[in-house]
Design a protein around this ligand. Structure first.
Ligand code: NAD
Ligand code: DAU
Length: 355
C-alpha cells in the first residue's frame, strides 16, 4: 500500500471540533510536515482547542475565510502546499434551516474556491499531491429501520446542510473526473468527544445537566444515529489521507447505533455517577420538544471498505468514549463557560423558544 508523504499540508477548519483533533494528531505524528491551519474562527472555531500544540515548530495558524478566493489562492502560492485536508464547514443542521445561504457560501463556494486554487497551483504535475474532502453520511439521506449506507448508496440529502455537503462532494468528484485533480473523500457518521460545540446533542445535554436545565429531545426521540469517538475519526482521516486510493470514497462509522432517547438516558446515568447524584436525577430533565423539520429517521454506516482496505476500525467503545467525554467537560468548565456566553444564549433562546 502506498503511503503519501507531504511537505506542506493545509488543514481547513482546524479550530473546530473534529478539525482540532485532526490538527493535533497530524502536528504530533508528522513533525517533518509543515502544517497550516486555515480557519475563519466562526462561533464554532476556537483556538483554545489547540493550546497544547500551538507553539510547535511545524504548526502555523492562518485566520481567513474560504469564501474569499483571492485569499485562498494566495495561501497556495505562499505556502507551496502539496496536500489539503478540508474540514472547514458550517456543520449544524438546525442552523442550516434558519440560514441556508451561509451553508452554500462556505460549504459549496468555499470548497470550489479551494479546488480552483489547488488546480491553479498544482498544474499538471500531480504525482505527489492530494486533496482530501471530509464529508458526512447525511448526504445519503435517511434509512428506514434496516440497512446501512455503503459507498454506492445514492445521494438523497434532505436538510440545507446535507444538500450543501452533497453539492461539495459532487464538485470534488467533478474535479477528479474533469481535471484529474487527485482527490479522496470520506463520509462519516456522528462524532462525539471533547471540544464539541454545545449546540449538538451530546455536549448540549452535558451542559444542560450541569445547569439543571431541560434536555430537549426532538419529536419522539426514536431517531437513530451511529456514533463514533472523534479521535477514532481523526485516525481514520490520517489513514485515508495517507493510504486511500485517489478518486475513491470511504465511509467511516462507529458500528454503534443509538436512538436519541436511549443515548440521552445513558448520558444522564453517566452524568449522575460523575456528579455524585442519585441515578435518575438527570433523566427527570428529559423534555420532548417540537421536531426538527425534515428530520432524517436513521443513519448507519457500513464501514467495511475502510476496514478491509486500510485496516481501520474504531478503537473506543461507546461507554468508554462517553465516560471520557463527560470527564473532559466536567474538567473544563472554563472552556464550556466561554463558548456558552454571549451569542450562544441568543442562539439557544431562538432555537428552543417555542418548544
Ligand atoms: P465545526 O462546526 O465544529 O467546525 C467547523 C470549523 O470550520 C470551525 O472552526 C469554523 O470556524 C470553520 N469555518 C467555518 N466556516 C469557515 C469559512 N468560511 N472559512 C474558514 N473556516 C471556516 O464542525 P465539525 O463538527 O468539526 O465538522 C468538521 C467537518 O467534518 C465538516 O466538514 C463536517 O461537515 C464534517 N463532519 C462532521 C461530523 C460531526 O459529527 N461533527 C460528522 C461527519 C462529517
Ligand atoms: O451524521 C453526521 C452529522 O452528525 C454531521 O455531518 C453534522 O455536522 C453533525 O452536526 C451531526 O448531525 P446531527 O443532526 O445528526 O447532529 P445533532 O447533534 O444536531 O443531532 C443528533 C440527533 O439528536 C438528531 O436526531 C437530532 C437530535 N437532537 C438534536 C439536538 C441539538 C435533539 O433531539 N435535540 C437537540 O436539541
Amino acid at each position: 500500500m502506498f503511503f503519501y508523504y507531504m511537505k506542506s499540508l493545509l488543514i481547513t477548519g482546524g479550530a473546530g471540533f473534529i478539525g482540532s483533533h485532526v490538527v493535533r494528531r497530524m502536528v504530533n505524528n508528522y513533525p517533518e510536515y509543515k502544517i497550516y491551519n486555515l480557519d475563519k474562527l466562526t462561533y464554532a472555531g476556537n483556538l483554545e482547542n489547540l493550546k497544547d500544540i500551538e507553539a510547535k515548530p511545524n504548526y502555523e495558524f492562518i485566520k481567513g475565510d474560504i469564501q474569499d478566493f483571492d485569499f485562498v489562492n494566495k495561501i497556495f502560492q505562499d505556502k507551496n502546499l502539496d496536500g489539503v485536508i478540508h474540514l472547514a464547514a458550517e456543520s449544524h443542521v438546525d442552523r442550516s434551516i434558519t440560514n441556508p445561504l451561509e451553508f452554500v457560501m462556505t460549504n459549496v463556494v468555499g470548497t470550489v474556491n479551494l479546488l480552483n486554487a489547488a488546480k491553479n497551483h498544482w498544474g499538471i504535475d500531480l504525482s505527489d499531491k492530494r486533496f482530501y474532502h471530509v464529508s458526512t453520511d447525511e448526504v445519503y439521506g435517511a434509512l428506514g429501520e434496516v440497512g446501512l449506507f455503503t459507498e454506492d448508496t445514492k445521494y438523497d440529502p434532505h436538510s440545507p446542510y446535507s444538500a450543501s455537503k452533497a453539492s461539495s462532494d459532487h464538485f470534488v468528484r467533478a474535479y477528479y473526473d474533469t481535471y484529474g485533480l487527485p482527490v479522496v473523500i470520506s463520509n462519516c457518521s456522528n462524532n462525539y468527544g471533547s471540544h464539541h460545540f454545545p449546540e449538538k446533542l451530546i455536549p448540549l445535554c452535558i451542559h444542560n445537566i450541569k445547569n439543571n436545565k431541560p434536555l430537549p429531545i426532538y419529536g419522539d426521540g426514536k431517531y437513530t444515529r451511529d456514533w463514533l469517538f472523534v479521535e477514532d475519526h481523526a485516525r481514520a482521516i490520517d489513514d485515508v489521507f495517507h493510504k486511500g486510493k485517489l478518486g475513491e470514497t470511504y465511509n467511516i462509522g462507529g458500528f454503534n447505533e443509538w436512538q436519541n432517547i436511549d443515548l440521552v438516558k445513558l448520558l444522564c446515568d453517566v452524568m449522575d455517577e460523575k456528579l455524585g447524584q442519585e441515578v435518575g436525577t438527570s433523566q427527570k430533565l428529559i423534555t420532548f420538544v417540537k421536531d426538527r423539520p425534515g428530520h432524517d429517521l436513521r443513519y448507519a454506516i457500513d464501514a467495511s471498505k475502510i476496514e478491509s482496505e486500510l485496516g481501520w476500525r474504531p478503537s473506543v467503545n461507546f461507554e468508554q468514549g462517553l465516560e471520557k467525554t463527560v470527564a473532559w467537560y466536567l474538567a473544563n468548565d472554563e472552556w464550556l463557560n466561554n463558548v456558552t456566553s454571549g451569542n450562544y444564549q441568543d442562539y439557544y433562546s431562538k432555537q428552543y423558544q417555542s418548544s
